[in-house]
Write a protein that binds this ligand. Structure first.
Ligand code: MG
Length: 384
């Protein structure tokens, strides 16, 4: 029986993690969980999975809930998330938070010697170096939930790291993969939120449309699999059937295929090295799909992908600044404050403006994050 703490329980990955737990009540036990502002979802969870401790984003919500649930410890804010991650009586932290907010609880869990199943890629984008150091120091493991990284993790099983030639991350191209630069000028939030293959949360769906998500996944792969950037390639693959691949030095390429369903990578992150049954409504049927397509990514059409390689290679505060500018611009686009192409302009300008600094501590990340947010908010204000 694995005891889990789940952060981001009411989001897209959180809900699917709960579904995996529901399918295997004999294997997984929820010890505690956190949601954001969705207190309705929290009430339902407490009815189905009674636990001693939960966390919400707002202290005002926590105060209300304490009256309703006098026997449950109800925490709030960043401290609440860190307190859940620091609990002693559990085995794996499932981090399904969105954005930089996921970094601190990941680090806290590692320092308390808990393994982490990571859906929050921003943890590694902003603080990959600090997380890697902590993993070594405390001797715990990080398991990828991101589908591409789960695919690579699966394709690496039984092989030697030093015999890997390169990682090949596949990319669907997001909601606007068939549009040219000119057509991208007037796209709406609603169009951007309609991803052709995957059903995901709003932030990551926009990140997919800008290809920022793929850029972050390159950085994530760099840290997860100790791979230099020049040995990580992105391959356009519109069907999202091959979730990613590993090429070895003998040019053998091993791919992982599956239906676009996040429950598989979630479950594998928890079950590795075992595999367990998983109910799948529409298992992969290659004969029905018939044809798979592949193409090189167009880095002029998707400048953020190239910029992510550059920021990742230079390192220091640049990935954290890139992430912060993206979080602010992504949100502003969803709030109809800026246009779709303004997102990339703001991020690229932030990277061209920021002064490079090395990152030695979580405080260094904090200041890179606030600089990125500050810069982006100013630009957003001028564009409104
Ligand atoms: Mg992914």
């Amino acid at each position: 029986m694995k005891r889990l703490v789940l952060l981001g329980a009411s989001g897209s990955i959180g809900i699917q993690t709960i579904d995996v737990i529901r399918q295997h009540p004999d294997l997984y036990e929820l010890k505690a969980y956190g949601v954001g502002r969705n207190t309705g979802a929290l009430r339902k969870l407490l009815a189905e999975f009674p636990v001693e401790c939960v966390s919400v984003q707002e202290e005002s919500d926590a105060a209300e809930l304490r009256k309703e649930y006098p026997h449950v410890r109800i925490l709030s804010g960043e401290d609440g998330l860190n307190e859940l991650a620091a609990m002693q009586d559990y085995d794996v932290l499932v981090n399904a938070l969105v954005g930089y907010a996921g970094f601190a609880p990941t680090l806290t869990a590692i320092k308390n010697r808990h393994d982490v199943a990571l859906a929050n890629k921003e943890t590694l984008v902003v603080g990959g170096e600090l997380i890697k150091k902590a993993l070594r120091k405390y001797g715990v493991s990080l398991y990828p939930i991101d589908s591409e990284h789960s695919a690579i993790f699966q394709a690496l099983q039984g092989n030697r790291h030093e015999q890997v030639k390169r990682l090949i991350i596949t990319a669907s191209g997001g909601s606007f993969r068939t549009l040219n630069r000119d057509q991208l000028k007037d796209v709406t939030v609603e169009q951007a939120l309609a991803h052709p293959n995957w059903s995901m949360g709003p932030k990551i769906t926009i990140d997919s449309a800008t290809m920022m998500n793929k850029g972050f996944e390159v950085m994530e792969a760099h840290w997860l699999f100790d791979m230099p950037y020049d040995r990580i390639d992105v391959l356009m693959h519109q069907e999202s059937v091959i979730h990613s691949m590993v090429e070895y030095i003998d040019h053998s390429v091993i791919a992982q295929l599956g239906a676009p369903d996040m429950r598989l990578p979630i479950q594998y992150a928890l079950s590795w090295p075992d595999r367990f049954d998983l109910f799948e409504e529409h298992p992969l049927d290659l004969a029905e799909i018939g044809t798979l397509h592949f193409a090189k990514p167009d880095t002029e059409r998707f400048p953020l992908l190239k910029a992510a390689y550059d920021a990742g290679t230079k390192g220091g505060n640049l990935p954290a600044v890139m992430n912060a500018a993206n979080e602010a611009a992504n949100l502003a686009f969803r709030n109809h404050e800026i246009s779709f192409l303004d997102i990339e302009t703001i991020i690229l300008d932030a990277l061209n403006t920021v002064v490079y600094r090395s990152v030695e501590t979580p405080e260094d990340l904090e200041s890179a994050d606030s600089w990125g947010w500050g810069y982006a908010l100013e630009r957003i204000d001028s564009l409104k």
